[in-house]
Design a protein. Structure first.
Length: 346
């Protein structure tokens, strides 16, 4: 008994479309290269840039700004209490004052992260050593007990970002099996669920994030919605290239410059420019502002998240409307290659 060769069988397998696998390999290479270059690059030689310091008195403020240059941005205050209030509100990393002829007081916010508060300490130590002063330190806003490295916000935000991207990518790939409204329901419902779950685990259960639970849950839900709807929109309009763009923009760049692993004021200038306007950076700021700095600057970050979510949602609907209009237009044009009688069949 003989068997037909697979290539000669009635249902022969289609030949390999080389452009398909080449595109996938190139996409993976671009994503991997971007991840390595950005994450390793920003940690290669981090240096403070416009680190905000509150300095008491005009002579010390002028000397500090002149001595440290662009590494710091000095705000002159009239008293140490005014400076410490700026630190507690998140407007400054540290407050510096001469409390005695040979003593320099340094009150800082450890909750700004080890990289940022550490950079401030190193700079002020240099000033004190150069002037022959004794430095006294006090951490006014320490990190939470169960977040000793200040990285919990990064991991929570990264987890929500990644899971929301994966969901949106999967729903985009299953567009022919799931109606659009059900895809939108799934992303919206998931945003609420991941917000509640993430806030509960990182907050009450593990005690790593100190932001009030309702605000933490709302922030994470908005982050999920912004990432999912934006990914869905990019995939709907640009196809696989849009999904790759979402990976690079939201997951790689967004998390790398969020300011959680390397403080915002330690990022290179390009990182500072995009950090606050991308969803991961906005979410990290909101979580930390609510948890440590009375939420004074959190509302603008929530506005950024809401804007991304609304824009993504709108673009998804716009793409759907455009696709329906194109289909109706195509159906209204008779195909000359098909007999007119056949147009009546479904």
């Amino acid at each position: 008994m003989s068997f037909p060769h697979p290539a000669r069988a009635g249902n022969a397998a289609p030949g390999t479309q080389h452009s398909a696998w080449i595109a996938l390999v190139l996409t993976g290479l671009i994503i991997g290269t971007a991840f390595i270059a950005i994450y390793v690059g920003i940690q290669r030689s981090p240096a403070p840039l416009h680190l905000p310091l509150a300095v008491v008195g005009e002579p010390l403020a002028t000397a500090t700004q002149k001595g440290l240059g662009d590494a710091v941005t000095v705000t002159e205050v009239t008293s140490l209490s005014e400076g410490t209030q700026m630190v507690q509100n998140g407007a400054a990393v540290a407050a510096v004052a001469l409390t005695a002829p040979t003593t320099l007081q340094f009150d800082y916010a450890g909750a700004k992260g080890l990289s940022e508060s550490g950079a401030a300490r190193a700079l002020v130590h240099g000033v004190a050593d150069h002037a022959g002063l004794t430095l006294q330190e006090k951490d006014l806003v320490p990190l939470a007990q169960y977040d000793s490295r200040g990285l919990s916000a990064f991991y929570v935000v990264f987890g929500v970002t990644l899971s929301s991207f994966v969901l949106a990518q999967g729903l985009t790939g299953a567009a022919d099996k799931i109606r659009l409204r059900h895809r939108l329901y799934a992303m919206g419902g998931f945003a609420v669920l991941i917000g509640v779950v993430g806030a509960t685990i990182a907050g009450p259960i593990l005690g790593a994030l100190t932001a009030p639970w309702p605000l933490l849950a709302a922030t994470l839900a908005l982050l999920s919605a912004s990432v999912a709807f934006t990914t869905k929109a990019l995939g709907a309009w640009l196809g696989p290239a849009g999904i790759a763009l979402a990976v690079i923009t939201l997951t790689i760049v967004g998390n790398a410059v969020s300011g959680a692993t390397i403080g915002y004021d330690i990022l290179p200038s390009w990182g500072q420019a995009v950090s606050a306007i991308l969803p991961p950076g906005a979410a990290v700021r909101a979580v930390n502002d609510y948890g440590y700095f009375n939420g004074t600057a959190a509302w603008s970050s929530l506005g950024v998240l809401a804007l991304w979510a609304a824009a993504g949602f709108g673009l998804v609907l716009l793409c759907s409307v455009a696709r329906v209009n194109r289909t109706k237009s195509a159906e209204s044009q008779p195909n000359p290659e098909i007999p007119e009688a056949d147009l009546t069949h479904p």
